[in-house]
Write a protein that binds this ligand. Structure first.
Ligand SMILES: [Mg+2]
Length: 390
């Protein structure tokens, strides 16, 4: 079967090696001058700030699924703004996003790898108390884990799920890009992101979110500017389909559901003038939370911005493009909005940290972060595995 029809490009999947864009923001920060390998501090900032974006967007379940960015920003002002927050439990625990991101990050060296990841996703379910909202509208709930049988042959596979479109696979996948950052490792990145993604979200809209975030992590680690990430995603999608087809698993169902993700991304990138990966992006100002909520809703499935595999990374990328070097703006756009704000926050803040480091962020936001030590240790281990240093 050929590539399911969509508007995405086929063909060239070559990644320009290394970051050669003197006008990119990297240039502004000598600590992150483009080079290979990136400093381990960049990995540390990516992992720690992914947890910060999660805990901030979650706010103990109060802000996750709050539908009004205006209300969130009003409450933030009452707290005294970002600078005044000490991001730590009990008011600011990390949510399921970070617990599962850690499961991914710490599981990328087991053997066999996919069994190890499945085992860790199942084990992570024991650490979910107080980490997700109750009730029926919790699309991140990784209910697929109840079907995993780690240790058994093919025990990491679950059946195709027509409803498996949520962002739960995307939110835990930045570490995959940190582990496989090189262009030559793209086949591993595709395989691990798709297979780990469909351990819980066996639907292209769900597991391609994992591919997108993993790819953003790899491109960020190589110093590629976010202006290029979306175009690279479109170029990789046909390879992703080749992989899915090669596995022989639920091919018909996957093919039928395949086009939505690429079409949504094609529309978004076209609207921002980024189909070819050039710049500068045409990102609308959207100065108010309400304006941003309206735009994000326009990308969403079923009226929840950022809840799905296609639009959680989209909100994150939009925030990165619009915020540039401003951490406050990154939070305003990528974390503190109406919708699935802890998941978009995990992705956006993690990617921002990879580029910009921890230094611009007020210490109160990360000093007491829950699982800070594990996130830091995972970052160092991923860096050592990826780049052969420690
Ligand atoms: Mg969460």
């Amino acid at each position: 079967m050929g590539i399911p029809s969509c508007h995405c490009n086929g063909g060239d999947v070559s990644f320009p090696r290394g970051p050669q864009h003197p006008t990119t923001p990297h240039h502004l920060n000598p600590h992150f001058l483009p080079r290979v390998p990136p400093p381990v501090e960049a990995y540390e900032a990516a992992m720690v700030l992914s947890g910060v974006g999660d805990a901030l967007g979650y706010r103990g379940a109060r802000w996750e699924y709050c539908t009004s960015g205006s209300q969130i920003h009003a409450e933030l002002a009452e707290l005294g703004g970002l600078e005044a927050i000490s991001l730590e439990p009990p008011e600011w625990p990390v949510s399921d996003d970070t617990v599962l991101h850690l499961a991914t990050a710490e599981g990328l060296e087991g053997e066999p790898l996919l069994q190890e990841l499945a085992r860790r996703y199942v084990a992570a379910m024991g650490d979910m108390e107080g980490r997700k909202p109750g009730g029926s509208h919790a699309p991140n709930l990784p209910s697929g884990t109840s079907q995993l049988r780690p240790g058994e042959p093919e025990g990491y596979r679950i059946p195709f799920n027509p409803k498996g479109t949520g962002c739960g696979a995307a939110m835990r996948s930045l570490a995959i890009g940190l582990r496989y950052p090189r262009a030559s490792e793209l086949p591993a990145l595709i395989r691990v992101s798709i297979e780990s993604g469909r351990m819980t979200h066996h639907h292209p809209t769900g597991y391609l979110g994992a591919l997108a975030v993993a790819l953003f992590g790899a491109l960020g680690a190589r110093g590629e500017p976010p202006e290029r990430w979306g175009a690279e995603l479109l170029r990789v999608l046909p390879l992703a389909w080749e992989y899915v087809e090669s596995t022989g698993v639920a091919i018909g169902d996957n093919a039928a559901a395949w086009p939505f993700f690429g079409d949504a991304w094609h529309r978004y990138l076209e609207s921002r003038g980024l189909l070819e990966g050039g710049g500068p992006p045409k990102v609308p100002l959207l100065p108010s939370p309400a304006e941003r909520d309206a735009v994000y809703l326009g990308w969403a499935l079923e009226g929840w911005a950022g809840r799905s595999g296609h639009d959680a990374p989209m909100v994150a990328l939009e925030a990165l493009l619009a915020a540039g070097s401003s951490w406050e703006d990154l939070c305003a756009r990528g974390v503190l909005h109406g919708g699935d704000s802890d998941s978009t926050g995990t992705i956006a803040a993690g990617c921002w940290g990879l580029q910009r480091g921890l230094k611009p962020v007020s210490p109160g936001l990360h000093r007491g972060l829950e699982y800070r030590g594990r996130l830091r240790d995972a970052a160092h281990r991923l860096h050592a595995l990826a780049w052969g240093t420690s």
